[in-house]
Design a protein around this ligand. Structure first.
Ligand code: BGC
Length: 733
C-alpha cells in the first residue's frame, strides 16, 4: 500500500479501532472464527476486542491463522490484517541448538542460516514476527535465560544479534520466506541481580552503555523492525515505563524508529512493581515512555480510550503508535497478502525438510565445545557404551521451543545406530538413571516430581554392566531442558545428584570415559572434568543426536568455543574474562595478602570464554603489527600465522583481543574485537589478518562520549581469552 493510502487509513479509523491496534492478545483466546475460546472469558476479553486487536501471539498453523485472519478482517470496519507473532527462538519445527549453543559456533554464517530456516518454516505456518533475537548480555550463569543469549561478550553478542536479524528478515520482508525480528529485552535484562529472573538491575550508566546496549544497537543497525521492553527496573523505574531508556536512549540515541512492544503483561506489572497504582496509570506511563503495543496486557484495552478522551494521553501519541503498527503490516505486505504466503502445502514442503535437518545437524556439530580430551575422542572401533539419561532421550529442545516437537528430534541412540561411521561396531545404550532427582523441582510446576527410587536401581545395574563391558563409555549427562530458560534461575549449577552418583560409579568401573554435558548454560563441571574427555553439547535441537555423533566419530572435528565462562564455583558469579584489573590484581601481586581474590577459590573459571579444543593441534606465531603507531582515522593491520600441527583437518577460531592500557575510565584487561574461523588441512598454514580501526578503540569515556583516547594499546591474537602475549602500538591524535 502506498504511504498516502496508509495515512488516509489512519485518519479514517475511530479511536476504538486505534486503541485495539495497540492491543495484543494470546492466541489461545481465539477460536478459528475469532470467537472467544471459553477458557479465558473471565479475563474480560470481549469478542469485539479480539476482532479489533492489532496482533496476537503464540499460535501458528497456516489454515488456522488464515481462518482467524479472515474472521477478524471481515469483522473490522477497515478490514485491517492482524499480525501473528511467536517466539521462534532457535528454529520453528526444525530446532537448532539453543542460542548459547549457536553462539559457540562462532559462525555468523551458521547463525544467519539458522534464522533464515526458522523464518521460512514459521512464515509458512502464518507467522509474521518473531520475538528474537535476545540481545541481553549475560555474565551470570545463574540466570536461566543465558540459554537464550549469546553469552558474556559485548562484541560476540552484537555479531550474533545482527546475524539473526539478517537471517530472519533478509533483504525483502514482502518475501513469504521472511519474518520481522523483534530484539529484546530493552535494556540490560541479563544483569538481573544475583541471577534471579525479573529482578532489579543495577548497572552504572557507563556499564550499560558500553557493554550492554551495543547488542541491541547492532540488531537495530541490522534493521530489526521491532524492539521489546523488559520486565525489570533500571534506575528504580520499570523499563516498560522508563522514558529515559525508551525515549532518550532507544529512540533518541540508538535511532530506533520501529515498533516498540512491551514484554508479556509488563505494562500491567508496573502495578505490583509499585510504580503505578492501577492499570490505567500503567497504560499512561507506558504510552508516555513510548511503548506502542501492550503485549497480552489488560492495560491499554480497558483504559487507553478513556485516557485519551480525558486528555491524559494525547491523540498524537496514539496516532504515532498506530502508525508504527500499520507501517509494519505494510512492510510485510499484509495489505496485499494478509497471509504472507502461508499455506499448509508450503508448510509440508519446508518444515523439517532434509535441507533444514542437514543445516540443524551441522549447527549441532559445530556448536559442541571440546573441553578436555586425553586421547579418547574421536571414538576408536570397539565396544562403545552410551550411558546416561541423555543416551536415549529424544527431547533435545530448549524450554523456548514452542513449535518444535520432541518427537521430531533424533536422539543420540538413533543418531549412533544410523551412523555409517559406527556401523559394525558394538554399541550398547543404557539410561543409567532418571534425568532428575526425586527432589528436583522445575519452575512453574511443569514437571511432576515422583519417587524414582526403584526405577533408578534397575537403571544403575544396567549401566554398571554396560560400563564394565565397554572399551569406551560415552556418558551422556545434563540439565533437564526446563532447568534453563525463563524463570529458571538456579543457585546450584551442578548436575542433579542422581547423575553425579552415576558419574562416580561409571568412572570407577571404566576410566575410559568421555562425558557429554547437555545444558542451556555454563555448569560447574569440576567433578565431570575428572573424566578423560568432556564435551559441552548445549541443548542441540532436532538433529542433536546425529550432530553430536558426528563429533564423537570424528566426521566433524570439534571447533566450538565457549561464549560464556564455565565457573569453578557459583560464588564467582557474575564473571567475565573482560573484567577490570583492579588496583590490586591477584595475578600481579601473588605475594600480597590484600589482593583482589577469594580465600577459598581462584579467580579464574574452570573453562574460559573463547576456549575449545580440537582433534588436531594448532600453533600461532606471535602477533605482528603493520605499524607501532596509528593516527586517529587511520588503520593498522594485525596478523599471525596459524598452522595445523596435527593429523586431521580442523577448524580454529583466531580471536583478536585489545587492551587500552590507560583511559579516562579504566579499561578491561582485554576485550574481543574480532574473530575468524579458519579451516586447515594437516600441515597447512594460513595468515590471519585483522584490520584495527579507530572505531574498535572507542569507549564511553570519562567525558561521557564515545571516543578513542591517545595512548598505548596492546593487541593479542589467540585461540581463547587466556591469551596474554601481544604487541603494542601507540594511538596518536
Ligand atoms: C518473555 C519474552 C517472550 C514473551 C512472549 C515473555 O515472558 O520474557 O521473551 O517473547 O514472553 O512469549
Amino acid at each position: 500500500m502506498k504511504e498516502e493510502a496508509l495515512r488516509k487509513l489512519l485518519e479514517d479509523m475511530s479511536l476504538e479501532e486505534k486503541v485495539y491496534q495497540l492491543v495484543q492478545y494470546q492466541g489461545a483466546n481465539y477460536a478459528e472464527d475469532a470467537a472467544l475460546t471459553g477458557a479465558l472469558e473471565q479475563d474480560h476479553i470481549t469478542r469485539r476486542g479480539l476482532e479489533l486487536a492489532g496482533s496476537t501471539l503464540c499460535i501458528w498453523g497456516a489454515d488456522k491463522l488464515r481462518k482467524i485472519q479472515n474472521a477478524c478482517m471481515a469483522a473490522q470496519p477497515h478490514h485491517i490484517p492482524m499480525l501473528f507473532m511467536l517466539d521462534v527462538i532457535h528454529g520453528h519445527r526444525t530446532a537448532f541448538p539453543c542460542p548459547l549453543g549457536l553462539a559457540a559456533t562462532f559462525s555468523t554464517e551458521l547463525v544467519e542460516e539458522g534464522a533464515a530456516v526458522a523464518a521460512r518454516e514459521s512464515a509458512a505456518d502464518g507467522i509474521h514476527v518473531t520475538f528474537a533475537p535476545m540481545a541481553d548480555l549475560c555474565r551470570d550463569a545463574r540466570w536461566g535465560r543465558c540459554m537464550e543469549s549469546s553469552g558474556e561478550d559485548t562484541y560476540l553478542n552484537g555479531q550474533m544479534a545482527a546475524a539473526m536479524v539478517r537471517g530472519f528478515q533478509g533483504a525483502d520482508l514482502h518475501s513469504p520466506e521472511r519474518i520481522a525480528a523483534c530484539v529484546k529485552h530493552f535494556a540490560g535484562y541479563g544483569a538481573a541481580e544475583a541471577g534471579r529472573d525479573y529482578q532489579n538491575v543495577e548497572l552504572s550508566e557507563h556499564t550499560l552503555r558500553e557493554y550492554y546496549l551495543t547488542g541491541y544497537q547492532a540488531a537495530i543497525d541490522a534493521g530489526a523492525k521491532m524492539v521489546m521492553s523488559a520486565y525489570h527496573t533500571y534506575n528504580g523505574i520499570p523499563c516498560t515505563g522508563n522514558r529515559w531508556l525508551l525515549k532518550d536512549i532507544l529512540r533518541g540515541e540508538l535511532g530506533f524508529d520501529g515498533l516498540l512492544i512491551s514484554d508479556y503483561r509488563s505494562v500491567g506489572e508496573m502495578v505490583p512493581h509499585g510504580y503505578c497504582e492501577d492499570y490505567a496509570q500503567a497504560a499512561r506511563a507506558a504510552m508516555e515512555a513510548g511503548v506502542d503495543v501492550d503485549m497480552e496486557g489488560r492495560s491499554y484495552a480497558g483504559n487507553l480510550q478513556k485516557l485519551v478522551e480525558d486528555g491524559l494521553v494525547p491523540m498524537e501519541r496514539v496516532d504515532e503508535a498506530v502508525w508504527r503498527v500499520l507501517k509494519l503490516k505494510n512492510d510485510l505486505g499484509l495489505f496485499e497478502d494478509p497471509y504472507h504466503g502461508a499455506s499448509e502445502e508450503r508448510s509440508q514442503q519446508v518444515q523439517l525438510c532434509p535441507a533444514h535437518r542437514a543445516a540443524a545437524r551441522k549447527a549441532a556439530a559445530e556448536s559442541a565445545v571440546l573441553l578436555k580430551n586425553e586421547g579418547i575422542l574421536p571414538l576408536q572401533p570397539g565396544k562403545i557404551a552410551f550411558i546416561g539419561p541423555y543416551a536415549r532421550h529424544r527431547d533435545l529442545r530448549s524450554a523456548w521451543s514452542f513449535s518444535a516437537r520432541a518427537e521430531d528430534c533424533v536422539s543420540l541412540e538413533e543418531g549412533a545406530k544410523a551412523s555409517p561411521e559406527l556401523s559394525g561396531w558394538q554399541l550398547r545404550f543404557a539410561s543409567g538413571c532418571t534425568m532428575l532427582d526425586n527432589h528436583t523441582r522445575l519452575a512453574i510446576g511443569r514437571y511432576e516430581s515422583s519417587d524414582f527410587g526403584e526405577e533408578n536401581q534397575a537403571l544403575l545395574r544396567e549401566a554398571e554392566e554396560a560400563a564394565q563391558w565397554a572399551d569406551t563409555v560415552v556418558l551422556c549427562l545434563g540439565e533437564h531442558r526446563l532447568q534453563s530458560g525463563e524463570a529458571a534461575s538456579r543457585v546450584s549449577l551442578h548436575l542433579p545428584e542422581i547423575q553425579q552418583k552415576l558419574l562416580d560409579r561409571v568412572l570407577a568401573l571404566n576410566p575410559n570415559t568421555a562425558v557429554l554435558v547437555f545444558s542451556g548454560r555454563p555448569l560447574v563441571l569440576e567433578a565431570e572434568s575428572r573424566a578423560k574427555a568432556l564435551l559441552a553439547c548445549w541443548l542441540p535441537g532436532s538433529e542433536g543426536g546425529p550432530g553430536i555423533v558426528d563429533v564423537l566419530t570424528g566426521k566433524v572435528c570439534p571447533g566450538g568455543k565457549l561464549p560464556m565462562s564455565f565457573p569453578c564455583h557459583e560464588g564467582q558469579l557474575p564473571m567475565s574474562y573482560s573484567s577490570y584489573s583492579t588496583g590490586r590484581p591477584a595475578s600481579l601481586t601473588p605475594e600480597m595478602d590484600y589482593a583482589s581474590r577469594y580465600l577459598d577459590c581462584g579467580n579464574e573459571p574452570l573453562y574460559p570464554f573463547g576456549y575449545g579444543l580440537s582433534y588436531t593441534g594448532f600453533s600461532l606465531t606471535p602477533t605482528c603489527l603493520s605499524s607501532r603507531e596509528m593516527r586517529k582515522g587511520e588503520t593498522i593491520t594485525a596478523w599471525t600465522e596459524l598452522t595445523n600441527t596435527g593429523k586431521v583437518t580442523g577448524t580454529e577460531v583466531v580471536q583478536l583481543y585489545l587492551r587500552d592500557l590507560a583511559g579516562s575510565r579504566v579499561r578491561p584487561v582485554k576485550a574481543l574485537k574480532g574473530f575468524r574461523k579458519i579451516s586447515l588441512a594437516p600441515g597447512e598454514t594460513a595468515r590471519v589478518e585483522f584490520t584495527i580501526t579507530d572505531e574498535m578503540l572507542r569507549f564511553y569515556t570519562g567525558e561521557n562520549q564515545w571516543a578513542s583516547e591517545p595512548g598505548q594499546f596492546q593487541v593479542m591474537l589467540g585461540t581463547d581469552s587466556r591469551v596474554t602475549e601481544g604487541s603494542c602500538f601507540l594511538l596518536k591524535e
